[in-house]
Design a protein around this ligand. Structure first.
Ligand SMILES: [Zn+2]
Length: 696
């Protein structure tokens, strides 16, 4: 089993660098003209329609088509009786039209005959309930028989298409973990978890020590005694939960690598990718991407604004989504070879609580935003609204009668505009923001406040950077940070000496670090450090955390930072400066008068430690001070519905609001798309890198 997490205890810290994964920092060498694509299901429509579909795709400027991710039942109606003829025909029609085809392994939907033959493939929930056949993603990543079956079908497809020029690459499976399916609790998973722990720990005593199982008599006498954290009375042990999260993730990493190897064996010129999801909690995209050439993800802005956001949903967000929520995922999934949006929302969708029509032009706006953040392909999901099954209420670029829908017009316009922009290099970001799935998992188990959500805390800092038009790489803290003028670490909750040493070296050499709350509290095994927080980061921060508290919205939460008054929320730490200067002080509650923010000069650089979850004005003040110290240029603070992004000497101004805006750009700015008057849900592109932007 793959164990790629970074250090599990004091004894197990692992400083070894990763191989070059698909999600390291951006690299300006990835040059491409952005293209428009679409996801197509020829199997849902009469064959006599396919030629017309392909003609209409070509007319729209669509250059990439993804197919077959749920087609196992159609490709192999019964064991061994493969029928490729229909897919061959569709691939050939697309190839003849000059359209690149991306095929998918169809493993997200094991067919009925396979489940009947091997019911043990099915997943189990923590209470032992089986996830039955009838939807999708109903398989266990650790089922030995399903691994063999997956390999068999992937190999058969790969060998069949190995010499077909139109097929340029593959997507493995579809949306690993969707519908809470990363973590399964079946007997196969129990056995695999024991093996994973045997590989990770020197002995069961080592596991007991790392977890801290003296608490509540939770000691294990052998690895064989370990079970998945199934349904129990109170909450489970946090260290066991964190390791189960890591184990379940490693199971997906391993499964994906198996598929990628099979595909590359058949044709090593193909790219291999996977379509991740937005603000997704249970899968470490960094580790899965190590066996991919680049990442892709599925972007549904009006749905995410409702079901993955703790903030109030304004009409603008219902119509166009939250720009920072979407672009945080763009920046997370962007790697040296860029990224793709494999599924772009095409119009109204079927799964959020409410399903509004997007704003006029929003489907074009989203494509431009993705490209501005480094996307090389934006592929809409789906070609045509489907007349059967679970997604009948999900729009396509065409309506279910075949006529063009609103997304078709937007996609066509975007395709023409991307063609006019020509080749673009990747995004060159001066600032890194750290992201850790281990921290996400550990904090999700012990949030200590109902509204303490890792994505929300990361978003508070990210939003402040994006409101100033600053390009951001979202990276693991273990990444080489040397090339960045400034680094924001919203929290480094689990920390060890090796992480501290890497950060000290970055700052000592002139780097500037802004570090958020709850940092250095715990060891990688998810138990408290022996020292007070921030534990191994204390010499970097220049002080310690004396107390912490979480507070509800109804309580006054204010402080001063460099003499100005600000609000914070949710979390507060009473800080004790030692070699650092206190530059923030609480002005409300029991915390009143105590230090809240510390500044520390370290070598040629600096560290600011912020002991609270900052509201937006404080986040802006902290971030602009950091940018000043790092010498990073930034714009006036943009309204929350307007964002600017720069890629390869082009600046996109994106209006996520329904009202028109006037952009004040330098007089010699040449508008390549639109002009300084940008309509609601519209976009303009200036042919220069522009930092001094303001908006009326
Ligand atoms: Zn399982």
């Amino acid at each position: 089993m793959t164990d790629d997490t970074d250090g599990d205890s004091e004894e197990h810290s692992d400083e070894a660098a990763r191989p070059t994964p698909a999600l390291t920092a951006s690299d300006a060498s990835a040059t491409a003209t952005p293209r428009i694509g679409v996801c197509y299901f020829p199997e849902h429509w009469p064959r006599e329609r396919w030629e017309t579909d392909v003609e209409q795709m070509a007319e729209a400027g669509i250059e990439v088509v993804r197919m077959a991710e749920f087609s196992w039942g159609r490709l192999e109606p019964e064991r061994g009786a493969f029928d490729f003829e229909w897919l061959d025909t569709a691939v050939s029609l697309l190839g003849d039209a000059g359209i690149d085809v991306v095929l998918c392994t169809p493993t997200a939907t094991p067919p009925k005959w396979l489940i009947d033959e091997y019911p043990e493939i099915l997943q189990e929930e923590p209470d032992g309930t089986t996830r039955e056949f009838g939807s999708r993603r109903h398989y266990c990543f650790n089922s030995p028989v399903y691994r063999e079956e997956s390999k068999r079908v992937a190999r058969r497809m790969a060998e069949h298409y190995a010499d077909v020029d139109a097929v340029v690459g593959w997507q493995t499976d579809n949306e690993y973990g969707c519908h809470h399916t990363v973590r399964c609790y079946c007997d196969d998973c129990a056995a695999a978890f024991r093996e994973w722990c045997r590989d990770r720990y020197e002995s069961v005593d080592d596991l007991n020590e790392t977890w801290g199982t003296t608490f509540w008599s939770q000691q294990y006498g052998s690895f064989a005694a370990l079970q998945p954290p199934r349904h129990t009375a109170a909450e489970h042990h946090p260290s066991r939960l964190l390791d189960y999260a890591r184990f379940a993730n490693a199971s997906v990493v391993d499964y994906n690598e198996m598929q990628a190897d099979v595909l590359r064996e058949a044709n090593d010129e193909w790219f291999v990718t996977h379509n991740f999801m937005g603000h997704f909690d249970t899968l470490d995209a960094f580790s899965v991407s190590e066996s991919l050439d680049f990442a892709t993800w599925d972007s549904y802005p009006t749905g995410f604004a409702q079901d993955r956001n703790t903030e109030s949903v304004t009409e603008d967000r219902l119509r166009a989504g939250d720009p920072d929520q979407v672009s945080l995922n763009h920046d997370l999934y962007r790697g040296p070879a860029g990224f793709w949006v494999m599924e772009q929302q095409p119009g109204d969708v079927n799964w959020p609580p409410r399903c509004p029509q997007p704003g006029e032009g929003a489907m074009r706006l989203w494509a431009h935003q993705a490209v501005a953040h480094g996307a090389n392909v934006v592929s809409y999901f789906r070609w045509r609204r489907c007349r059967q099954g679970q997604e009948q209420y999900h729009a396509g670029l065409r309506k279910h009668d075949g006529s063009p829908d609103r997304g078709y017009e937007d996609a066509t316009r975007a395709a023409t505009e991307f063609e006019s922009l020509g080749d673009l290099d990747g995004v060159d970001a001066p600032v890194a923001l750290t992201f850790s799935y281990d921290d996400l998992w550990a904090l999700a188990e012990q949030p200590h406040a109902p509204d303490f959500d890792y994505w929300g805390l990361v978003g508070a800092f990210y939003r402040a950077l994006r409101a100033r038009g600053v390009q951001v790489d979202v990276v693991e803290a273990a990444t080489d940070l040397d090339g960045y003028e400034a680094v924001v670490a919203p929290t480094l909750h689990l920390a060890d000496e090796s992480l501290a040493a890497r950060l000290e070296s970055y700052v000592d050499d002139g780097g500037h670090l802004l570090l958020g709350p709850r940092s250095g509290y715990k060891l990688p095994g998810n138990r408290l450090q022996s020292d007070l927080a921030p534990g191994p980061l204390a010499s970097l921060v220049g002080g310690h955390v004396d107390q912490h508290e979480s507070l509800p919205e109804s309580v006054d939460t204010t402080l001063t930072y460099r003499g100005d008054a600000y609000d914070y929320r949710t979390w507060a730490e009473w800080l004790r400066p030692e070699t650092a200067d206190a530059v923030g002080e609480y002005t409300s509650g029991t915390a009143g008068g105590r230090p809240a923010v510390l500044d520390h000069v370290v070598g040629d650089g600096s560290v600011t430690y912020c002991g609270v979850w900052p509201e937006s004005d404080l986040a802006d003040a902290l971030v602009t001070d950091l940018l000043d110290r790092g010498g990073v240029a930034y714009s006036d603070r943009l309204p929350e519905t307007v964002r600017a992004a720069e890629r390869d000497g082009h600046t996109w101004v994106l209006n996520f609001g329904g009202d028109p805006i006037e952009v004040d750009a330098p007089d010699d700015a040449e508008w390549q798309v639109g002009d300084a008057s940008i309509p609601g849900y519209g976009v303009g592109v200036v042919g220069a890198a522009v930092t001094e932007l303001s908006v009326q």
